[in-house]
Design a protein around this ligand. Sequence first.
Ligand SMILES: Nc1ncnc2c1ncn2[C@@H]1O[C@H](COP(=O)(O)OP(=O)(O)OP(=O)(O)O)[C@@H](O)[C@H]1O
Length: 204
Amino acid sequence: MSLRITDLCIARGGIPVLEGLSFELAAGQALILRGPNGIGKTTLLRTVAGLQPPVSGIVEGGEDLIAYAGHSDGIKPTLTVTENLSFWANVFGAGSIAPALKAFDLETLQDRPAGALSAGQKRRLGLSRLLVTGRPIWILDEPTVSLDVKSVAMFADAVRAHLGQGGSALIATHIDLGLDSEVLEVGPYKAKPPAIEDFDGGFL
Ligand SMILES: Nc1ncnc2c1ncn2[C@@H]1O[C@H](COP(=O)(O)OP(=O)(O)OP(=O)(O)O)[C@@H](O)[C@H]1O
């Protein structure tokens, strides 16, 4: 199981943001994406996860294997923590939610409606969902937003365990997670501005 990206060009709002990207993500490997705000990390992750098409290039190996955690937690506020996780466990055909509750220290909060959690607790719930997907490739966009130091360590442990079981992770983050991972700086892949004669075409 490996994800292969070849000569990828990606766009947001019809304007190319990154181009010429090629990399591979193998089983057991974490790859950290770095680059300044607005360079295109979210756009890259969305494209690799199949949420938007590339302008050109190839994304191979991710079909039905990817679990994506973006900026929005996507939790259901009127359902309890347990009900949220059980819902997703049913969607993905997973078994017990107990390991996910334990890994993200949610056991004492399990009967609380998710809408009544703090921002960091909501984020922990959103991330715990990764464990009930059973999917091997995690694509994570700024996963540590709102997390305190202890929760960041908890998250890093969950990623380490996932890698140890042969999973992989592609993570956009500005912080050091302490993982044994490679780093891909995306800045050098910034797309050249469209030629002036193509400018109007970008809006059509
Ligand atoms: N819906 C949109 N329509 C048009 N342009 C957009 C849209 N969303 C984002 N952009 C632009 O696309 C570019 C890439 O944005 P993206 O969110 O991928 O960057 P990023 O590297 O993830 O940034 P950050 O580190 O701030 O999260 C930015 O210049 C941004 O302003």
